[in-house]
Ligand binder design. Structure first.
Ligand code: SAH
Length: 288
């Protein structure tokens, strides 16, 4: 399934917010191990709502590992700590084995990223609407993408394309020293800013712009996760991946698949196809 692919240079562009996080990346990170992709699961494609997996994985993995500090807890009438524990336990049974990622999911109260009316559904493993025709990704997808992109490494810079409400950016903040998240819909960019504000995540930078161009001024990135599906993964993003880094993105139109691309050299990228998924479309340009 692997193929190598030559690329054209990316066009430069866009906005980057002030960078106040001065922790310095140790540069190129070594690849800790070989591709950790699950086997591709064929068939039983059952379209669901957006930003979800189509064929659920059923893999049991061992339980272990430390927790990270929790984000500020709202008094919401939901016992969200316990609900998140149940969500994390479920993610484990569904094959998510990266303890850093699970701890980050545990730490972030997902109900604070959706409307009040949907808060009671925030710990279901489902995508939920966030307005403007977009959705907050299913927790399994969020964990799956971040774990695949992380590949057990300490991440310096990570880029998310498609901030939406900011949930995945908040989870990423638990596993990367610096997170850039770009959104093309101004209202969602602002929504995410408001939703993230109470968490005071000093390592998250929100960018308004077309993520198909990436964020060249902050590149290279040790990990890139794309939360919307294009017919093809934009070359600009492949160019902004650090050598040894991984990009995880859905690819396709009506039928989509999660794709993982590892940059193995200045001009070499290795592609691995993961499971079928359904995401909202990656669109070019911005919406004011
Ligand atoms: N990451 C979000 C998911 C948001 S849904 C979460 O945590 O749940 C995907 C988002 O990608 C939408 O908000 C959509 O507007 C955005 N998007 C689509 N194309 C984009 C592009 N070219 N650049 C930036 N964002 C894009």
């Amino acid at each position: 399934m692997d193929r190598r692919k030559p690329l054209t240079p990316a066009a430069a562009h866009t906005v980057t917010p002030a960078n106040s996080n001065t922790r310095v990346s140790t540069g190129r990170l070594p690849v800790a191990k070989t591709a950790s992709s699950l086997p591709v699961r064929p068939g039983e494609a059952k379209p669901t709502n957006s930003n979800t997996r189509i064929a659920p994985a059923r893999v049991r993995v061992p339980v272990a590992g430390p927790a990270r500090p929790a984000a500020p807890e709202p008094n919401h009438g939901l016992n969200s700590e316990r609900m998140r524990s149940a969500l994390v336990a479920r993610l484990r049974t569904q094959g998510i084995a990266d303890e850093r990622v699970l701890a980050a999911v545990q730490a972030i109260p997902r109900h604070r990223f959706v409307d009040e009316a949907l808060a009671s559904r925030a710990y279901e493993d489902a995508a939920l609407p966030i307005g403007h025709g977009q959705t907050i990704s299913q927790p399994w997808i969020v964990a799956r993408m971040i774990a695949a992109a992380r590949n057990g490494r300490e991440l310096g810079k990570a880029l998310e394309v498609g901030t939406g409400c900011g949930y995945q950016a908040a989870v990423l903040a638990g596993v990367a020293r610096e997170v850039y998240s770009i959104e093309r819909i101004k209202a969602l960019h602002e929504l995410a800013r408001n939703r993230l504000r109470p968490f005071k995540l000093a390592n998250v930078r929100l960018v308004f712009g077309d993520g198909m161009q990436g964020v060249p001024s902050a590149a290279p990135f040790d990990a890139i996760v794309v939360a919307a599906a294009g017919l093809k993964i934009p070359d600009a993003l492949l160019q902004q991946l650090a050598v040894g880094g991984r990009l995880v993105a859905p690819e396709g139109g009506a039928r989509q698949r999660l794709v993982m691309i590892e940059r193995t050299g200045a001009q070499s990228w290795v592609r691995t196809e993961l499971e079928p998924v359904r995401f909202v479309p990656l669109q070019s340009g911005v919406l004011l």
